[in-house]
Every structure is written in structure tokens, then in C-alpha cells.
Design a protein around this ligand. Structure first.
Ligand code: FEO
Length: 402
């Protein structure tokens, strides 16, 4: 019986030989609710190259897909575009099984791979100046340092116009389909935005520079062969445009009201704040932290102009669910946000103070004073919450007029 793991042809000389991880739900704190794929590619030149490997647990799946195209022992070269373990975890096993003549990575990639795995035979750096000769074709390289690791690079096969772009333009999405035009655009937009928000947002300035450089290089590209999710072959301009938009993090008339509550008081305040925003025409998401994941908040913040946080005070500080989200967002460094804070307390309101300090430390422009409620918000306090929402809406209107 044929193996269920078959390679998928991408272009004349390129095959997808990766793995589908239907079950993974966590990538360092990011909820991967639809699983992911680890994409590896075979380039069938006179010298055969394997570009990237897969997470180690999926090594056998990758090998079975390779064997559906070619005797694996014929692979001459392994290229590691990115040293993170979801792509290099199977490298040691691949080297042992394939015995390649050469293993290549960027200059920083060589260092990173040795730091992960110890000495590796025949591991040498490639450079942008020197394409890799595969006999009847060549692979060239583009350093993408810090996008998103120091070692990261793209490989480019001019003959087939394929850009192997490792994590860039990817998404955590496990599907049986391998190409973007086989999947609904809304799904791709959502999962690509989620991926950008949770992984690339802090690197937005470098993303903008890379897109500028990419434009100047003038590469002919028919396929964006990313390391996660579908390969882009029909909507390349679309995903590039989205990256440009997300990297700019331009403020918008959208607000995220994120809160957690103990006995319902901060919840009532959050809804009153949202009423003030909505009354002023601001698109508003009300997100109870217990009902969503930190990576949902990051995704909504990506294209928002305002972040409003509500927390009760527990043991003289904010609720742990609120601290979790603030810690996560601080690392993702969202830009161009205005914000505000509100919350209830019993005998001191330090939770609100700490949340406000955290937002200020993230560079969020705070609007108005925090609104506080002792135990249960009365009508006056709820009016203050509505007014806070209106003040944030007013500031958003100044920054980004309708
Ligand atoms: Fe998909 Fe940065 O690893």
C-alpha cells in the first residue's frame, strides 16, 4: 500500500515534502487553534537540495514524502533557512539518514545550529554574494536577519520563481490543501493576521525595511513558499500588501476593551466604556479575558487604535489574567495606541494603578484619568465609564479623522 504521505508538486523542480501537525495548540504562548504545517521543500536540480526540515516528531512523515519523489540518499544538500526547532528539529536525523555532501545556512545560522546541536559535519555558510550551484540551476540567498531570528534568511530559485521565505507570510493552519487559492480568503486573512500579530508585530520596522528592499530587488516570484500554512501562488500581492499595512500599524478608529472581573463590577464598567466608544462611532471589541486567549487580544490589537483595560484589584495588584495579557503585549510592542484604564476595588485600587503604569511603559498614550469603582459601580460611576469611552473616541477622531 502506498504511503499516505505523498509529496506535492509546487513548480517544475520543487516539491513540498513537509508535515501537517493537526494537533499542536501552543507556540510559546500563542494559541494555534487550527494546528500548523512544517513546510520543507525539495529542489530537484542536478544536485538535489532539501530546504528546511520539520519538527523532530514529524521526521518520518517528511522522509516518507521525500521517498515518494526520489530515493532520499540522492539528496546532496540541506539548506536551513531558519534554525528554530520547528524547522531544524529534524536536521540531525536528516543528516544521519541522507548523508548530504553539504549543509548550508546563513552565517548566523551556522552559529545558531552549532549552538543547538553541537558540531555538524560539512556545515558552511552561504552569502548573498554567492549563489549555490545545483548544476542546472542555482539557489540564491537573501539575509533577513532578526526576521524573526538572527539566522533567518530566504532562498530563491530563479528558474521556477520560487521564494523560500521561511516563517514570513506564513500562518499556523493545518489543512489538507497546500495552496492559497484552495482555501477561503477570509480564513487566510484571519490566520495570517493572527500569525503576524503574535510573532512579527515587534519587528514591524524591520518588516517595512525588508518589503522596501524586496521591492528594489525586483525578483520575479510566482510562489511564496513559506514554512507554515499554504504556499502563496495566487494572492502574492495581497499578502505583501497586508504585511505592508500591518507593519505600518497605522492607528484606526477601532478599540479593544479587554477586561476581567471578579464579581461583575468591572464587567459592568467595561460595557459602559464600550457604550461610550460605540456611541461615538468607534468599532469596538469587548473581550473578557476568561473567554478568550492572549493571542486573540494581540490579534485584535494589530489593527486597533485604542486599548482600554479593566481590572479589579486583587491582593493590591491587578488580576493575574490581566497581568498575563499585559506581559504578552509588552513583548509584542504594539505601536500607535491610545488607551485608558478602569476597574473596581474593595479597599485599595492599586490594580488599576499597576495596569495604567504597564500601559504607559508600553508607550500607550493614556487618555483621561482611570475610572474606579468601590465594590459596585453606581450610576455616576457608569456615566464616568461612558465618558471615558467617549474621550478615547474623541482622541481617536483627532488622530484618524473619519
Ligand atoms: Fe516557524 Fe520561527 O519558526
Amino acid at each position: 500500500m502506498a504511503s499516505p504521505y505523498q509529496a506535492i508538486r509546487v513548480s517544475d523542480h520543487v516539491y513540498w515534502v513537509g508535515a501537517i501537525d493537526w494537533a499542536v495548540r501552543d507556540f510559546h504562548g500563542y494559541l494555534t487553534q487550527r494546528g500548523t504545517t512544517y513546510n520543507a521543500f525539495l529542489v530537484m536540480g542536478d544536485r538535489i537540495a532539501l530546504i528546511d526540515t520539520v519538527r523532530s516528531a514529524f521526521f518520518d512523515e517528511m522522509m516518507a514524502r521525500i521517498a515518494s519523489v526520489v530515493d532520499p540518499s540522492r539528496i546532496d544538500v540541506i539548506v536551513s533557512n531558519h534554525a528554530e526547532l520547528d524547522h531544524s528539529g529534524g536536521l540531525r536525523q536528516a543528516i544521519a539518514a541522507l548523508n548530504p555532501t553539504d549543509v548550508h545556512a546563513s552565517d548566523q545560522g551556522v552559529k545558531a545550529l552549532i549552538e543547538h546541536f553541537g558540531p555538524i559535519d560539512n556545515l558552511t555558510p552561504v552569502s548573498e554574494a554567492q549563489p549555490l550551484d545545483l548544476g542546472n540551476m542555482g539557489l540564491s540567498f537573501i539575509e533577513t536577519r532578526m526576521l524573526h531570528w538572527p539566522d533567518s534568511m530566504f532562498s530563491y530559485l530563479a528558474e521556477d520563481q520560487v521564494l523560500f521565505c521561511q516563517d514570513a507570510f506564513g500562518m499556523h493552519l493545518a489543512t489538507s490543501e497546500r495552496f492559497d487559492d484552495e482555501l477561503p480568503l477570509d480564513l487566510l486573512n484571519y490566520e495570517a493576521a493572527r500569525y503576524y500579530a503574535n510573532i512579527l508585530m515587534p519587528l514591524s520596522t524591520m518588516v517595512t525595511k525588508l518589503l522596501e528592499r524586496y521591492g528594489k530587488l525586483g525578483l520575479a516570484v510566482k510562489y511564496l513558499a513559506t514554512d507554515h500554512g499554504p504556499i502563496w501562488r495566487s494572492r502574492l500581492d495581497h499578502i505583501m500588501g497586508l504585511y505592508g499595512q500591518w507593519a505600518a500599524q497605522a492607528p484606526s478608529r477601532k478599540a479593544v476593551v479587554a477586561y476581567e472581573t471578579m464579581w461583575g463590577s468591572t464587567s459592568r464598567m467595561a460595557h459602559a466604556v464600550a457604550e461610550g466608544l460605540i456611541a461615538q462611532g468607534v468599532s469596538t471589541k469587548v473581550m473578557k479575558l476568561g473567554a478568550c486567549h492572549r493571542s486573540d487580544i494581540a490579534t485584535e490589537v494589530l489593527d486597533a487604535g485604542a486599548l482600554l483595560l479593566g481590572t479589579p484589584t486583587l491582593n493590591s495588584t491587578m488580576l493575574p489574567q490581566v497581568a498575563d495579557v499585559l506581559c504578552y503585549l509588552r513583548g509584542l510592542q504594539p505601536k500607535n495606541l491610545v488607551g485608558a484604564v478602569f476597574g473596581s476595588h474593595g479597599w485599595n485600587g492599586k490594580g488599576v494603578d499597576h495596569a495604567r503604569e504597564s500601559l504607559a511603559a508600553m508607550g500607550v498614550e493614556l487618555v483621561g484619568d482611570a475610572v474606579r469603582s468601590k465594590y459596585v459601580p453606581d450610576a455616576t460611576t457608569l456615566d464616568q465609564c461612558r465618558a471615558l469611552g467617549e474621550s478615547v473616541a474623541h482622541r481617536l477622531g483627532q488622530i484618524c479623522p473619519a
